[in-house]
Design a protein around this ligand. Structure first.
Ligand code: NG1
Ligand code: ZN
Length: 548
């Protein structure tokens, strides 16, 4: 095919709206779906170029706007390893998205190919999927037009998938040892790992009654994805979940509307359908890459277990299971490093718990999972979560080798607790979707820990008590005038504003506050913590007034 003719046709079908300046934010391109057609076309071209630049390794494209309202949509690119797009290509993506003529676009595409020293007809493979939004089909068609611009592109649609499933499919198609690159492969890997983990932990089916679990699917893709996994697992699976907000009735089940992890976390209340239950509840977000838990306590009312609580339980379980091997002399005390990576939005009580009670290393990064993921990779066990429930655990090759060495140790035969600990730890890299935060995989890991430890959701909530806090947002004329440093905890610009914030925080008991521009919405976020809810609210309000 003639590349110039394809570009000309594409620019004509998918013209760039004049008024819009596109940027690649915390979660890729994200905005009103009506403004994204031209972006999709260009992302198709760029995804093909990225794959060509990597010798034809499969890259991914996910069309989703996660927890945002139905009229929005978005798109992000996935590297062959399952990671987020590298920053160098984010820049090219932005330049292409903002190009309005055939010449501009042709030049950018040629420059990107030249920078990678590849020919336009080098082989490429791109897997692409989408969430449940009504704009998905139209936007995927624009993406496909982009994928068809350059020759020799193997464009592989995977249809309706969660964001973490797309990451899994991409990673598995490049690394066969990671898993089988199909949705059955995804389900079967998690089912097997979860089942074996429970058996090793003495909590197989029938050994422990974990009580009822409700899962709020946010009326998004997480509901059918989980239903498919449970169906594949069959009736003997040691997890029985009732899925609500499953999107089944389009009249009432509106994506992310009074449903899902973001609703629960932002409003600090259960979705209406789960307002009454005292049972354990998990809530996914619209593309199922986040999960939080909650329950309605007869005495304490609504209790949220957010990403910080998930990270704390996972770190607690992993470090104490590892300690069994250290005590048995099978692993040296400092052989495997463990850290928890948090952002400024992590509740201060979680950081104190992790550092002082668990003795864990805690590191802070900027907001956005790509930053947390990157920091986590520096450790043998890197637990990372945003407070909103987005996170996972990554394990180093040394972790895998160490556990393999321990598993081969003949002393294990006479040390059942150490053998059980070694088996459990050896299974974790398969239970946890290491490619990216995954609501289903994170939930299975948490469910396994609760069963193995015989913990109720209330026991888990009691790990530590959150400091009262308030997260609010302020609409400003231009959020780009706000710049931050020190993992988003301090403002650099506007000049002088950080001093003013410090002056407001200083007199507040256990006070903490920071301001940063959102990467996904046209707002500035304000977060405050204090020793009482009133004080946290007052501090957030005072800081917000500085920002207006
Ligand atoms: P922004 O809008 O940049 O604050 C939000 C979340 C992030 C992350 C991204 C991606 C908060 C405070 N911010 O980013 O943690 O999840 O969306 O979806 O929750
Ligand atoms: Zn999401």
């Amino acid at each position: 095919a003639d590349i110039t003719a394809n570009l000309t046709a594409g620019i004509a079908s998918y013209p760039k709206p004049d008024s819009v300046v596109y940027s690649y934010g915390t979660a890729g391109f994200r905005m009103a779906a009506d403004l994204l057609d031209s972006v999709m076309f260009k992302v198709g071209i760029l995804a093909a170029i990225r794959s060509k630049a990597l010798g034809g390794a499969c890259v991914g494209v996910m069309v989703t706007a996660s927890h945002n309202p139905v009229p929005d949509n978005g798109v992000k690119l996935v590297e062959p390893s399952g990671d987020m797009l590298v920053p160098e290509y984010e820049k090219i993506a932005v330049a292409m998205a903002n190009a309005s003529t055939v010449d501009e676009l042709a030049e950018l595409a040629a420059a990107a190919l030249a920078a990678a020293s590849v020919a336009p007809d080098a082989p490429a493979a791109v897997r692409y999927g989408h969430d449940t939004r009504p704009s998905a089909n139209r936007l995927v068609a624009a993406l496909e037009a982009g994928l068809a611009v350059l020759p020799a592109v193997d464009a592989i649609p995977v249809g309706l998938v969660s964001t973490p499933q797309l990451h899994y499919l991409v990673k598995a198609s490049n690394e066969p040892q990671f898993g089988i690159a199909t949705l059955d492969g995804y389900n079967n890997k998690l089912i097997a790992a979860y089942t074996q983990l429970l058996e090793a932990g003495g909590a197989g089916n029938g050994e422990f009654d974990a009580g009822k679990l409700f899962v709020d699917g946010a009326n998004g893709v997480g509901a059918p994805a989980l239903a498919a996994l449970l169906a594949a697992a069959g009736p003997d699976f040691a997890l029985h979940a009732s899925i609500v907000n499953d999107g089944s009735d389009p009249e009432v089940n509106i994506l992310n509307h009074e449903a899902g992890a973001d609703y629960v976390k932002s409003n600090q209340m259960p979705p209406p359908v789960l307002a009454e239950t005292a049972d354990r509840c998990a809530a996914f977000d619209g593309d199922a890459d986040r999960v939080v838990y909650f329950f309605n306590s007869p005495s304490a009312g609504f209790v949220l277990l957010d990403g910080d609580k998930l990270a704390s339980l996972m770190a607690d379980y992993i470090s104490s299971t590892l300690q069994v091997l250290v005590d048995a002399g099978l692993v040296a005390a400092d052989e495997l490093s463990l850290a928890v990576i948090q952002t400024a939005y992590a509740n201060g009580a979680s950081t104190t718990y992790l550092r002082n009670e668990l003795g864990a290393t805690v590191e802070f990064t900027k907001t956005g999972v790509k930053h947390l993921h990157h920091a986590a990779l520096a450790y043998d066990i890197g637990v990372y979560f945003e407070a909103n429930g987005h996170g996972t655990v990554v394990f180093s090759p040394k972790y895998v080798e160490t556990l393999a060495r321990v598993a081969a140790n003949p002393d294990l035969a006479t040390a059942p607790p150490a053998a059980a600990a070694a088996t459990q730890l050896g299974l974790l890299p398969a239970v946890v979707n290491q490619a990216v935060g995954d609501a289903i995989s994170d939930m299975l890991f948490i469910e396994a820990i609760l069963r193995i430890r015989r913990l109720s959701v209330a026991d888990w909530a009691a790990l530590y008590t959150e400091h009262p806090n308030r997260l609010t947002k302020v609409a400003v004329a231009d959020r780009t005038v706000f710049t931050t440093t020190n993992a988003d905890q301090q403002l650099v610009e506007p000049t002088g504003m950080q001093d003013a914030i410090d002056a407001l925080v200083a007199p507040v008991d256990a006070g903490r506050a920071f301001v940063r521009p959102s990467g996904t919405e046209d707002v500035v976020r304000v977060y405050a913590e204090a020793s009482s809810q009133d004080a946290a609210d007052a501090l957030a309000l005072a800081v917000a007034k500085l920002v207006y």
